[in-house]
Design a protein around this ligand. Sequence first.
Ligand SMILES: Nc1nc2c(c(=O)[nH]1)N[C@H]1C(S)=C(S)[C@@H](COP(=O)(O)OP(=O)(O)OC[C@H]3O[C@@H](n4cnc5c(=O)[nH]c(N)nc54)[C@H](O)[C@@H]3O)O[C@H]1N2
Ligand SMILES: Nc1nc2c(c(=O)[nH]1)N[C@H]1C(S)=C(S)[C@@H](COP(=O)(O)OP(=O)(O)OC[C@H]3O[C@@H](n4cnc5c(=O)[nH]c(N)nc54)[C@H](O)[C@@H]3O)O[C@H]1N2
Ligand SMILES: [Mo]
Length: 764
Amino acid sequence: MSSTTEEKALTPETIENLKISKPAINSVGFGGIAAAVSQVSKYMNVADAFKLGAKMNQKGGFDCPGCAWPDPDDERSSLGEFCENGIKAIAEEAQNKTIGTEFFNKHSVDELASWSDFEIGKSGRLAEPMFLTEGATHYQPISWEDAFNKVGTHLNALDSPDEAVFYTSGRTTNEAAFLYQLFVREYGTSNLPDCSNMCHEASGSALSETLGIGKGSVTLDDLYKAELVLVVGQNPGTNHPRMLTALEKCKNNGGKVVAINPLPEAGLVRFTNPQNPIKLLTGGTQIADVFVPITINGDVAFFKAILLKLLAEEEQKGGVFDKAFIEEFTQGYDAFIADLKTYNFDECLKASGVSETVFNQVFDLILNNEKIIICWAMGLTQHENAVDNIREVVNLLLLKGSIGKEGAGTCPVRGHSNVQGDRTVGIFEAAPQAFLDKIEEKYGFKPSAKHGYSVIDAIKAMHEKKAKVFFGLGGNFISAVPDTTYSAQALGNCNLTVHVSTKLNRSHLVTGKEALIFPCLGRTEKDYQKSGLQLQSVENSMGVVSSTKGVLEPCSSALLSEVAVVCGVAHATLKDRSKINWLQYKDDYNLVREDIAEVVDGFKDYNTKLKQPSGFYLPNGARIRKFKTTTGKANFSINKLPNWKLKADELIMMTIRSHDQFNTTIYGLDDRYRGVYNGRRVIFMNREDMQERGLQEQQLVNLQSEFNGVIRKAPNFKVVGYDIPKNCCATYFPETNVLVPLDSFAHTAKTPASKSVSITVKAV
Ligand SMILES: Nc1nc2c(c(=O)[nH]1)N[C@H]1C(S)=C(S)[C@@H](COP(=O)(O)OP(=O)(O)OC[C@H]3O[C@@H](n4cnc5c(=O)[nH]c(N)nc54)[C@H](O)[C@@H]3O)O[C@H]1N2
Ligand SMILES: Nc1nc2c(c(=O)[nH]1)N[C@H]1C(S)=C(S)[C@@H](COP(=O)(O)OP(=O)(O)OC[C@H]3O[C@@H](n4cnc5c(=O)[nH]c(N)nc54)[C@H](O)[C@@H]3O)O[C@H]1N2
Ligand SMILES: [Mo]
């Protein structure tokens, strides 16, 4: 019997073999290296692994496709700037096994959908373009030319270009991303949702409004020189391991680190640098001087408590706020202080869930230091009040004058390795008019000025059949987005779904009436074109643009680069009506960069600057106290406490990453640092909450969320008692995306609130 689109979208994993042990407090070290080496040897030959290890994140090598953490400008470790999870990321891409006609003949779409995400990921690298005809059970091969024409035919048959959606994931290089948005705009729409919509969009919104730039202000050097670094809502030991090396350096220079997180994440507590063998033996550095076990979404309350006490101290003794900075560079101070005074300290502290003792430790550090950096990731951005979270962080930095000076500032730590660069070069459903004007000036067509669909809008539009073609440049849309069942129906409503991908994933199985898979080159592979071997470029979390060049031979001769795919689709769709010679770009990527240099600020002499071994910094106003806001100053903002309330039996759930996954790619079934082995359908619960519900360790439970009267269910999870604040719980993404309501998202930014889902837990 064939399964429905909704059924195919769910992860059918079992949980029988789950093993639980004590969570680790120390990250990396021998365990990490052993884990990485065993991972690599599973899929790659050892010679390739060494070749890659030596080139990863080295000047002139390739950029690790793992995370967006920057590489040091100066000395780089001779062992390579790598980490355990970086090695897993490249091993995942640089697999020996490939899949094509034979594989898809053997396995129907239905059968593949019954595999777990882990099994799907292990099937191998996609090696040929494939096509699923309407009503068919199996994908079949298709030539690139026919495939491009199919996309063109579908796009040209739509009543309006706004009936197509063009998604981007954040691994896409600057060159491919720039051409892609250019094609989409020439085709006639601004429907350019991207993974950033689900990730740091709230940071972009909050920082643009308050500091005039949607990116962070600090450099790696600032982190080394900071007196105090707050790491808020972030798990760097797993998701940005090389950040721990920077924090260690900061501490060696006398800096202090505070971790604000519902979970005592390994790595923040203690960290062993894998590139320092002596440390491996002695047990490593204590990274966090203070650990703040905050309640989920208690951050605005916590920061308000800090702000209130700072204000009291300023009013009593003075010298707490940087008055000269506030006077010269900011706007809105009086209104901000007036609003702050309407809050009560005790109530705020209580709402944060933090003890007075821990609060005072953090308060003293903030009071007594002038060079403060605040780092954050998804723990702040994936809430309904995510924008308030980040604006409140900015308020604190502004009061302390901790922005635009050495060792101080904002540090939103990006996820995908080029998610920041994609936005810089134009992947944006709401691009500024100035950028659109530049496109018009250079290419002679008028881009649509209408705001396009973000991820959430796109899902709704497809559900309502207002959008009929979905095109994804990278990523795994169905598993990444909230409300899996509703979103599967949305994709199922499309006439055509297309994915440009390196690996098979669930989105290839949750299709429109027709579907295409375009296999492409990965970051690690050599990209040969007419003019020779090509290099591409990416921007890291700190605004440094550098080159990346693959080192391995492509895993299949049928692969195209993302640039070539975009050129092929653009040419087949726009034909003679285009003002652009699409096919020239794929022969020589220098031409793409020459265009970017003309259109995007900060890229003058792009091709020349890219030859600098460490890359080049893009301009950043906040870094030099030139705030490009509507007021021309840094803006204080007024933020309310969140006002959600749990019902009697509800818990607030955050959906997080295990140590063995890259977003929807499941490297393995273990979460070593949290002591979970052989299974992912677990719910981490406070032991008192378990007791109140009469739940035992590893008891099988069903999870349910209710939002605006709609009930969503996720069955068969096992309970794991954990050090997590009362009324809070945690599960892994994407297994519980089915519980995240589509209509629960950050105001202003529309980031799905996947870190604050109200759920109930019931024994099976
Ligand atoms: N190996 C690996 N690396 C990755 C990724 C991956 O999946 N695997 N993903 C990449 C991507 S795209 C991204 S965006 C980043 C994600 O990097 P992270 O943001 O570190 O990832 P999450 O697992 O979502 O972790 C969120 C952290 O926030 C905490 N948290 C949750 N809610 C709250 C809250 O309300 N307040 C506070 N203070 N803390 C909270 C959680 O306990 C957790 O430690 O990592 C990137 N790097
Ligand atoms: N509940 C919940 N949901 C979340 C999150 C959460 O914390 N909780 N996090 C959100 C966040 S922060 C993000 S960024 C999104 C991630 O959303 P996406 O970016 O859409 O998802 P990924 O899992 O990173 O995409 C993996 C797929 O990308 C393809 N791929 C890998 N490398 C390449 C490449 O070089 N080129 C191309 N063309 N394809 C490639 C592979 O086929 C792979 O299967 O998920 C979001 N969803
Ligand atoms: Mo992300």
